[in-house]
Design a protein around this ligand. Structure first.
Ligand code: FAD
Ligand code: DLZ
Ligand code: SF4
Length: 509
């Protein structure tokens, strides 16, 4: 008989390993284990989401006639890892092969391919994860012979490959990318739609209690848990998004507003990443609404680009470059992550807002991750591994394959520009333009060198000055260095002094 292990982020009825099994003879195993639940300090909501969704998925498989062994979380269990559980079940049932869909994270993948067959003494067969729109080989083919990798060109090929938003061989609407129309600040119009609320079963609530009891030292709270944990709920979340928020997704994609956690974002990453929704069905739902004339092209293209473009691109890069990628520190950063990344306790209002979302909802939208908490870590020169561990821990959608390239590459520019042609560094001016945060802040965004000046302002120039050798020859940064060079020497000196003071007191800003 074959044994198939299904992981907590493989909760898809169409999973490739299911096609290899016979319901009558083979056995599926799913396991909630210490090693997966504790390899970083996952937010409580992430653990609760995965355990609830795993249990629902297991029940659905059993209802569909599959034989399934479910190992529920037990802190006293001697079976602490996936391998422990698989070995015990394989032994008990005399399995002669383990079949799996390849896993998403290098950490576990490496362990499986290097060690498992030895410990199990049965062959381990890994099948391609065909839930992605671009296979690892397709990505490697695209990379082959290119001097420079840019998401935009990859995305165009994906649009062609999958015939999405195409007009023959040309992009629909005449442009590949409508990003320039996707940068409006939000001033309260239209009103932000309420999110759908999900209800949870007794079993889900038992998981919440288990997480409260055994993961009390993990970040965040479960109080406002509102993630889909079944496919039905995930479909409901998708329908709600395309109907009520997609039409405005493009315009306000980069906007941030005091007290508003979700804006017009989809909140679908948790469901896509654990398998409750397929990326293709999410894209199709958005395109259908566009075709029905209920969402504009800038919104639909912007949304499709995130999934067909960015999501596939970062996954491709991850598998191309791991494991060395995780050790990159191109800018030579050495500072520790300030303690308020874990406590949320800072006077910088933009950061406080992002931390509030993070701990209350295990969520922050892309611009908060990239241009607030990420930008700050970049300007402050935080060690990449520390900030990567933070992003991997605190979000319900976080998996190494997507978190790492976003943090290391997009935010920290630690991969020497592999993912982005220039760092996404910005002063407080950007945050002020895209939000109303600065009005509610104890720092002044209008000044740079006073004792109450916005920390982002002087840190921005300090960053540019410190990395001049790396960036000044970058044509996309010439203007920045030209402005810096035009500044009077005493202004430059005051900026560097203020930045040094901030960096010495990083923990108490
Ligand atoms: P929306 O804004 O509604 O976007 C739609 C979908 O597009 C998302 O659900 C997601 O599937 C996809 N998407 C959008 N941007 C990206 C991107 N840059 N990379 C990959 N997919 C993208 N996303 C994760 O899924 N997991 C992570 O661990 C993660 N870590 C991140 C860390 C940093 C530092 C940054 C800057 C971004 C990270 N992202 C991550 C990408 C992005 O921020 C989230 O996908 C998005 O905020 C999820 O919210 P949403 O579903 O409302 O997205
Ligand atoms: C994220 C997660 C957590 C918290 N717990 C489990 C678990 O107990 N069992 C499991 O199979 N998967 C879990 N996961 C998801 C895995 O970490 C994920 O499957 C791997 O990292 C591979 O991507
Ligand atoms: Fe953030 Fe600076 Fe604005 Fe305060 S003033 S909210 S620290 S950008």
């Amino acid at each position: 008989m074959k044994l198939a292990l299904i992981l907590g982020d493989q909760l898809s009825a169409e999973l490739s390993c299911l096609h290899e099994l016979d319901k009558r003879t083979d056995l599926i195993v799913m396991a909630e284990v210490n090693t997966e639940a504790r390899y970083v300090k996952h937010h409580k909501q992430k653990i609760a989401l995965i355990f609830c969704a795993m249990r629902h998925f297991a029940r659905q498989l059993q209802d569909d006639g599959w034989q399934l062994h479910y190992h529920a979380f037990d802190p006293e269990s001697t079976q602490r890892s996936l391998l422990d559980v698989v070995a015990a079940v394989a032994d008990k049932h005399g399995a002669n092969e383990l079949v799996m869909t390849e896993c998403g994270e290098y950490r576990l993948h490496h362990d499986i391919v290097s060690n498992w067959h030895k410990s199990l003494s049965i062959p381990v067969t890994l099948l391609t994860d065909d839930r992605f729109l671009c296979s690892k080989t397709r990505f490697a083919d695209w990379v082959h012979g290119r001097k420079q990798l840019r998401m935009e060109y990859f995305y165009r090929e994906m649009r062609r490959d999958h015939n999405l938003l195409m007009d023959g061989n040309q992009p629909e609407g005449g442009e590949w990318n409508f990003d320039s129309s996707n940068r409006r600040a939000y001033r309260g119009d239209p009103p932000l739609p309420a999110l759908p609320g999900f209800s949870y079963t007794h079993d889900d609530k038992a998981v919440f209690a288990l997480v409260e009891e055994h993961f009390a030292d993990h970040p965040g709270t479960l109080t406002r848990f509102n993630w889909p944990v079944t496919r039905t709920q995930a479909r409901q979340a998708l329908e709600d998004f395309v109907q009520y928020r997609l039409p405005w997704f493009g315009d306000f994609q980069d906007a941030m507003t005091q007290g508003e956690s979700f804006m017009f974002h989809s909140l679908l990453s948790t469901s896509i990443n654990c398998g409750l929704l397929s990326p293709r069905e999410v894209i199709d739902a958005a395109v259908d609404v566009y075709r029905a004339g209920k969402a504009p092209l800038n919104a639909t293209e912007g949304f499709v680009r995130q999934i067909l473009g960015w999501r596939e691109y970062v996954r491709g890069l991850y598998w191309l470059k791991m494991p060395a990628y995780a050790r990159s520190n191109g800018l030579g950063n050495t500072r520790s992550l300030p303690a308020y990344y874990w406590s949320g306790d800072t006077g910088m209002n933009c950061m406080r807002e992002a931390f509030h979302n993070t701990f209350e909802h295990a969520y922050a939208h892309h611009i908060q991750r990239l241009m607030v908490t990420g930008n700050f870590a970049l300007l402050a020169g935080v060690t990449p591994t520390e900030i990567c561990d933070w992003y991997l821990a605190v979000y319900a959608d976080a998996y190494d394959w997507v978190e790492l390239p976003n943090t290391l590459g997009m935010v920290m520019h630690a991969d020497d520009g592999l993912l982005g042609s220039k760092p996404y560094a910005a002063s407080g001016n950007y945050i002020n333009k895209m939000s109303d945060y600065c009005k509610h802040c104890r720092y002044s965004v209008k000044t740079s060198t006073d004792h109450d000046s916005c920390p982002f302002n002087s840190l921005y120039w300090h960053f540019m000055s410190s990395h001049r050798e790396t960036f000044s020859s970058n044509p996309r940064m010439t203007m920045i260095y030209r402005s810096f060079d035009k500044m009077a020497d005493d202004k430059k000196q005051a900026l560097m002094q203020r930045a040094s003071h901030l960096l010495e007191n990083l923990d108490v800003l």
